[in-house]
Design a protein around this ligand. Structure first.
Ligand code: AMP
Length: 282
């Protein structure tokens, strides 16, 4: 497995594979890899001739008060996990190779970025859209794999790729969970044992909504109230717990044949967690 720091060298490797007629899959990550990340890697390995991963903790998507400095970094274990699965190249750029002094060009994110995460983390999606577009240029893969765990991020990336005619296919992959339901996240490492128990409130609230919908309940305000109730019993702060349209992320009053998604952001202690589940009427 090649471990490449230089953007030019990474581009040249992928360009060479493309010239040979090989299909290239890309899995962008911030490292501290877990089974969720590896599910994207496995999907790429199964669908593409060559799989490339990137590990880069992107400063542009963290606000000054957020956890950039303490974000978990486990590079050696990450590289071992990627190598043993058969990844061909890992891009691990130094920060100043992507954001050199004088860097000043950012992507204005699409409309779907403005609510929810966008409201609580104002410049977050500007940073995400910028780094993802940069990675798509430096690592010109045919297909890029992202997790539905970050549902709004996936919607932002799909819209950006469409709006800016980026020649890459975006594939969304299902959320991987711990046995008890907690969605895997690099940030779960921050949780103390008691916080880890409280964090289950998110998946419990989503499971309750999913059960209610399966039983035929469709009134969104009632379903949202049920989520609130469960979350209040577990987490320290609820930022949002809503059911919205899967495409536009606009509020809904009643579930219909249009696909919907329940989205939650909440704090357990000082750790901010997000989770979601797709909803379709039976
Ligand atoms: P991150 O390292 O948090 O930026 O995540 C890198 C990619 O892995 C993103 O596309 C995430 O949506 C995806 N991902 C993170 N957690 C999970 C999970 N539990 N299941 C599936 N994909 C995930």
């Amino acid at each position: 497995m090649k471990i490449v720091e230089s953007p030019h060298e990474a581009y040249a490797s992928i360009d060479a594979w493309r010239q040979e007629g090989l299909t290239v899959g890309l899995v962008p990550t911030m490292g501290a890899l877990h089974a969720g990340h590896f599910s994207l890697v496995e999907r790429s390995l199964s669908e593409c001739d060559v799989t490339v991963a990137s590990i880069f903790v992107n400063p542009a998507q963290f606000a000054p008060h957020e956890d950039l400095d303490k974000y978990p970094r486990t590079l050696e274990a990450d590289l071992a996990g990627l190598a043993e699965r058969g990844v061909e190249l890992v891009f691990v750029p130094p920060t100043d190779s992507l954001y050199p002094p004088g860097f000043s060009t950012y992507v204005a994110p699409p409309a779907v970025a403005s609510s929810l995460e966008g409201a609580f983390r104002p410049d977050h999606f500007r940073g995400v859209a910028t780094i993802v577009l940069k990675l798509m240029h430096v690592l010109p893969a045919h297909v890029a794999y992202f997790g539905q765990k970050d549902f709004q991020q996936l919607a932002v990336i799909r819209a950006m790729v469409e709006d800016l005619n980026v020649p890459i296919r975006v594939v969304g992959c299902p959320t991987v969970r711990e046995k008890d339901g907690l969605a895997m996240s690099s940030r779960n490492r921050y949780l103390s044992p008691s916080e880890r128990a409280s964090a289950l409130g998110l998946s419990k609230a989503l499971q309750c909504v999913r059960d209610s919908v399966a039983a035929g309940r469709a009134a969104v305000p009632e379903l949202e109230a049920d989520m609130q109730l469960i979350l209040e019993q577990h987490v320290d702060q609820i930022q949002y717990a809503v059911i919205v349209d899967q495409q536009t992320l606009e509020p809904l009053l009643e579930l219909s044949e249009r696909p919907a998604v329940a989205l939650i952001a909440a704090k357990v202690g000082s750790t901010r967690l997000i989770d979601n589940c797709l909803l379709t009427l039976p």
